[in-house]
Design a protein around this ligand. Structure first.
Ligand code: NDP
Length: 242
């Protein structure tokens, strides 16, 4: 039986590519989205065409009650996950002096709130079933370095790093690894409005990264080869602020 991995925010962008990459490496996938169910269904078809199983959960990771309900029901019906990729996230950029309450709350509640809302219902069953599982979170270069116009996003992504490191210490003796991937600037909907030529000048490799370049690292962290790596933050950034 294939190991099963939940990838939050896998209807598009980095999450979609992670789901496809993992499926092509023999994992079954629990896809997840908030709004774009049609896009998630397309990803599901691609995974099934690759010979793996996929089902879709739809809930807002900001909503604790809905997240708990959806995940607890899914685990009750289908069993414990081997791995979770905490990928769903948003940016709502603005300079801090004029940042609105909504811009602050939405980003913190989505990016950092999801650490609790998604991982809390998933971890205890993993422990009870003695699964030597894998948790991979998505931070960002903004969480490592801070970024102008992204006080909210940087705070949420720095929070993810702290939470990842702390959880890795709690779960290490159970053989569950918890690591964080911190991408630089990756081609996706989130970055489609950036001034590409200006951004490229800042990146030592002079190009943006691809979703696949992030996905391959997540796939490695899920593998047996990565069983002694935990509590780490690994950047995929073309040399940006390395
Ligand atoms: P996209 O905007 O392309 O995709 C975001 C995904 O997250 C979608 O699947 C979306 O679902 C889902 N999502 C967003 N908000 C919620 C929510 N409240 N509840 C449930 N699902 C939600 O983003 P990327 O692929 O670019 O980013 C993926 C992750 O990587 C994020 O955590 C981001 O912060 C991080 N990252 C991205 C970088 C980049 O350069 N792109 C750089 C560094 C980090 P739906 O389709 O239904 O809206």
């Amino acid at each position: 039986m294939s190991k099963e991995i939940l990838v939050t925010g896998s209807s598009r962008g980095i999450g979609k590519e992670i789901a496809l990459y993992l499926a092509n490496n023999g994992y079954d996938i629990v896809l997840h989205c908030r709004n774009n169910i049609e896009k998630a269904q397309e990803v599901q078809k691609q995974i099934e065409a690759a010979g793996q199983k996929a089902r879709i959960l739809q809930f807002d990771v900001k909503d604790r009650k809905k997240s708990f309900e959806a995940l607890e029901n899914d685990i009750k019906q289908n069993g414990v996950y081997f791995g979770v990729v905490l990928n769903a996230g948003i940016a709502r950029d603005n300079v801090f002096p004029i940042m609105t309450e909504t811009e602050w709350d939405d980003v913190i509640d989505t990016n950092l709130g999801s650490f609790y809302n998604v991982l809390k219902p998933v971890i205890m069953p993993m422990i009870e079933e003695r699964v030597k599982g894998r948790i991979v979170t998505l931070s960002s270069i903004s969480g490592l370095r801070g970024n102008r116009g992204q006080v909210n996003y940087s705070a949420s992504k720095a929070g993810i790093i702290g939470a990842t490191k702390a959880l890795s210490l709690e779960l290490a003796k159970r053989g569950i690894t918890v690591n964080c991937v911190a991408p630089g600037v990756i081609e996706s909907d989130m970055t489609k409005d950036l001034p590409v030529d200006e951004v490229k000048k800042l990146i030592p490799m002079r190009r943006m990264g691809t979703c696949k370049e992030v996905a391959s690292l997540v796939n490695y962290l899920m593998s047996d080869d990565a069983s002694y790596i935990t509590g780490q933050v690994i950047s995929v950034n073309g040399g940006l602020y390395s």
